[in-house]
Structures are given as structure tokens and as C-alpha cells.
Design a protein around this ligand. Structure first.
Ligand code: UD1
Length: 422
């Protein structure tokens, strides 16, 4: 297995461009299944989750070709409507093929998802609402199957603004008969991006960016060939911004809509961060930061996907910070690893209390999930001495060329390949 060796403490310097958002492209990739017309996607990030979704599509019969920065998908000869356990277990987002398959082929069978080990993560909101649209749902042998004669639009109120459920139902409603209204829809920018893609494909959607999305179903043959490029990755951006602050660096992060990171930038400013920003880039400067009290919540609140990185940062600032995780249970797996580097963190149920200004020292540590891994990298950059980070396949799920990007910013970071696990 590969591992990262980071020699710290380090200063970062220069400009880093974030990749296209994986969480925008995953549902867009699932949409490829909606239509037999070609879909052309620009700058797909080279990430394990994106590759997993592409293998899943190939297994269903989608033809995929690459030319320069464009990847073309042709779903005119889909041969299966079944997403099998071997792929779904590695990535929860595989469940997103359910809506497109069901609405186009009237049948879908998907293994119950796995993915990051951050809590139970059920899919009841997806399934209850597909049932309301007219699908018969069956759970058997670790699989969910859904079938219908025709999905029919209706008014839906999500019991929680789940990102994945909003996306899945939105995709399913595109070819449903009549009008679907999704109330209490999630507001994450990746959903608006998905909606913009679908509109380019020929879908009729209103209310994007609000909690009430209205979809008027269109006939299958009205969908068109489409070219699209997803938005920049706001979570990757947040990670680099916090890495800049944790290492007291002057660092510019570009390639994303800075207004998608409002809650993070506001929190960092409150902590005392010196930040310049325009529409698509943020520059941070060496700043004397203070602790913060923050809770994660659905967008536009502070994102759960930036919680671990913020915790690593707060270990380096003056005073006490309190971080409460409200979205996922069991999303504090970075805590024992950060403690191994010398961070002072106490856990009380869903709240972490971090005593700042710990002098972190390099040690062997282990990735446990995607964002926890990003926090460990950030802490390693601020630690003195050598940190060896194992199980970095978690990082490969969501951070494109992380070692290369950090190395270009001046970090001493090496990726050692095929190291036997210790
Ligand atoms: C997406 C993101 C993930 C992010 C999360 C929250 C993708 C591919 N992944 O995940 O990076 O951390 O949003 O911003 O975009 N829930 C239920 N029943 C359901 C669905 C969800 O109880 O049917 C619960 C989950 O267990 C969790 C919470 O709702 O506690 C949020 O989940 P959700 O918003 O669905 O997250 P994902 O779409 O899985």
C-alpha cells in the first residue's frame, strides 16, 4: 500500500488550483444513464471515486472514451440495471444510479451502500420518496430493487435535506410523468450544478438553489446531447485554505466559487484569519488565530466535510475551540490520530473540545476516512519532524494529485509506493 511521508513544519507558498468537484461530478455521471444521447464532461478529476463510478457505468454497458480534457459517455446500449456489491461497497454514492435507471428503464437493482465508515448512513429518504413517485421497493439479500410501470410526479417533503436523496429524486423526476415538487431539498451547490447540467440536457427544473425544487417531467426523446464542466471543489479549497493558515503561509487557492465557502470563510475570519477574496480565489496570510465554537449543519451552514480539517487547524491556534458534528455520527475518527501527533482533544458525544497551540510532533498515523485523512495531512504539515501517513487510499478518493500540489507549494511530501503494511 502507498503511504505519504511529510517532513514538517513547513511553509506553503504560491497558488494552488482546485479540481472539479467530485461531489458534483458523481451525480452528473449517474445522469449519463438517463439518455442514449452522448454526454461530454470536461476535466473529470482523476480520483478513485470517479473511477469507481466509471467502472459501474461500464458494467451497465455505457461506452466511455477520452480525448484530451473531455470524456464522452454513450448510454445507448445499456445492458444491465444492476449495481453490484463489489463496487457499491466501496462508494456510497453508487446509490445515485437508482433514480436514473428507474426512471428510464423502470427497473433498478442496487446493492445497499458502503463507503466511508462514518456512521450508519441509511437511504430511507431516497426509498420512501421513490415509493411516493410510484416505485415498488424491495429489500432483499443486501440489495434494494425498485420497479415501476411509470414514475408519476407528486409533492414530496424530505424528512431531512439529504444531499444524496435530493439528487437521486431530482434525477428520477426528470422523466416522470407530470410535476414533482421536492420540498426541504438540500441546498448544497453541487445540487444546483447537477440541476444546471440536467437543464442543459433538456430537463425542466425550477427553484434550483432553493429548498423547493419543481421538476416538470419531459419525454425521454426530448433529452439532448450535452457538454458540461462541473464547479470547482469547495471542500478541496477549504482544505488548502486551512493548510495555509495552519502553516502560517501566504497562499492563494483558486478555481472555485468563493461564495460556496461562505460559512468556512466567515468562521476563519472570526478566528482572526487575514483573507483576501474575489469571485474565484482566496488568498490567506500568516495570521494569529484564536479558538472558535462551531457546529456543522446542512448548507449554507459549516460543512461536515471541512470539520476534520478545521479541528486540525484549531489544534494550532490560541485558546479553546469547540466543534460539534451534527450531520454524521462517528465522524471523529481523526481524533485519536491527531492525538498521536500531540493534539489535545477531548470528545463528549458529538462535541470535540480542542485545546490550542499544541506543539505537534511527527509520528506514524493512519487514514480512516476521506476528510479525516485531509485533517491528518494538514496536521502533519504543521508538525515538526517526519509523519508517515498510511492507508492513503482514502485520500485518493477525493483529493486529486494532493502530494504533487502540496509539493509545488513547497511542502516536503513524498508518496512511497507499495509499502507493506506495518
Ligand atoms: C453527501 C456528500 C458527502 C457529505 C454529505 C453531507 C456526495 C457524494 N457526498 O453525502 O461528502 O458529507 O453529503 O454534506 O455528495 N440520511 C438518512 N437517510 C437517507 C439519507 C441520509 O438518514 O436516506 C442521513 C445520513 O445518514 C447522514 C445525513 O442524513 O447522517 C446526511 O446525509 P446526506 O446529506 O444524504 O449525505 P450524502 O448524500 O451521503
Amino acid at each position: 500500500m502507498d503511504q505519504l511521508i511529510i517532513e514538517g513544519p513547513t511553509k506553503l507558498e504560491g497558488t494552488v488550483k482546485v479540481s472539479a468537484a467530485k461531489n458534483a461530478y458523481l451525480p452528473i455521471l449517474a445522469c449519463v444513464l438517463l439518455s442514449p444521447k452522448p454526454v461530454h464532461l470536461k476535466n473529470l478529476p482523476k480520483l478513485r471515486d470517479i473511477k469507481t463510478m466509471m467502472v459501474l457505468l461500464k458494467n451497465l454497458g455505457v461506452q466511455i472514451s477520452e480525448k484530451g480534457e473531455w470524456t464522452t459517455f454513450d448510454a445507448s446500449k445499456v445492458i444491465s440495471q444492476e449495481a453490484t456489491y463489489d463496487l457499491v461497497k466501496t462508494m456510497r454514492a453508487s446509490i445515485l444510479v437508482l433514480g436514473p435507471l428507474l426512471t428510464r428503464f423502470k427497473y433498478a437493482k442496487v446493492s445497499l451502500p458502503g463507503g466511508c465508515a462514518i456512521g450508519a448512513r441509511p437511504i430511507d429518504i431516497h426509498l420512501n420518496n421513490f415509493a411516493k413517485l410510484g416505485a415498488q421497493i424491495n429489500l432483499e439479500g443486501g440489495y434494494v430493487s425498485a420497479e415501476t410501470d411509470q414514475l408519476n410526479g407528486c409533492s414530496l417533503v424530505l424528512s431531512f435535506p439529504s444531499v444524496g436523496a435530493t439528487e437521486n429524486i431530482l434525477m428520477g423526476a426528470i422523466l416522470a410523468k407530470g410535476r414533482t415538487i421536492i420540498e426541504n431539498a438540500a441546498l448544497e451547490p453541487e445540487i444546483e450544478d447537477l440541476g444546471n447540467f440536467l437543464i442543459k440536457m433538456g430537463a425542466k427544473i425550477e427553484g434550483l438553489g432553493t429548498s423547493r425544487i419543481v421538476v416538470d417531467g419531459v419525454p425521454f426523446d426530448e433529452l439532448k446531447e450535452v457538454e458540461y464542466e462541473a464547479i470547482g471543489d469547495r471542500i478541496e479549497a477549504a482544505t488548502y485554505i486551512m493548510a495555509g493558515l495552519a502553516t502560517k503561509s501566504t497562499l492563494t487557492v483558486k478555481g472555485f466559487h468563493t461564495n460556496h465557502l461562505e460559512a468556512v470563510l466567515t468562521a476563519l475570519s472570526e478566528m482572526g484569519a487575514k483573507i483576501d477574496r474575489d469571485e474565484y480565489e482566496v488568498t490567506v496570510y500568516p495570521s494569529d488565530l484564536k479558538g472558535i465554537n462551531i457546529e456543522t449543519s446542512p448548507y449554507p451552514g459549516f460543512p461536515t466535510d471541512a470539520q476534520a480539517q478545521l479541528m486540525a487547524l484549531t489544534s494550532q491556534v490560541e485558546g479553546v475551540s469547540i466543534i460539534t458534528e451534527n450531520i454524521f455520527e462517528n465522524r471523529f475518527m481523526h481524533v485519536p490520530e491527531l492525538r498521536r501527533l500531540g493534539a489535545s482533544i477531548e470528545l463528549k458525544q458529538k462535541t470535540a473540545v480542542i485545546k490550542g497551540e499544541s506543539h505537534l510532533k511527527g509520528a506514524p498515523i493512519m487514514c480512516t476516512d476521506l476528510r479525516a485523512s485531509a485533517a491528518l495531512v494538514l496536521a502533519a504539515l504543521a508538525s515538526s519532524g517526519k509523519t508517515k501517513i498510511q492507508r492513503i487510499y482514502h485520500l485518493d478518493r477525493g483529493y486529486e494529485c494532493l502530494a504533487e500540489k502540496l509539493s509545488q507549494l513547497g511542502a516536503s511530501i513524498d508518496r512511497e509506493k507499495n509499502v507493506p503494511m506495518s
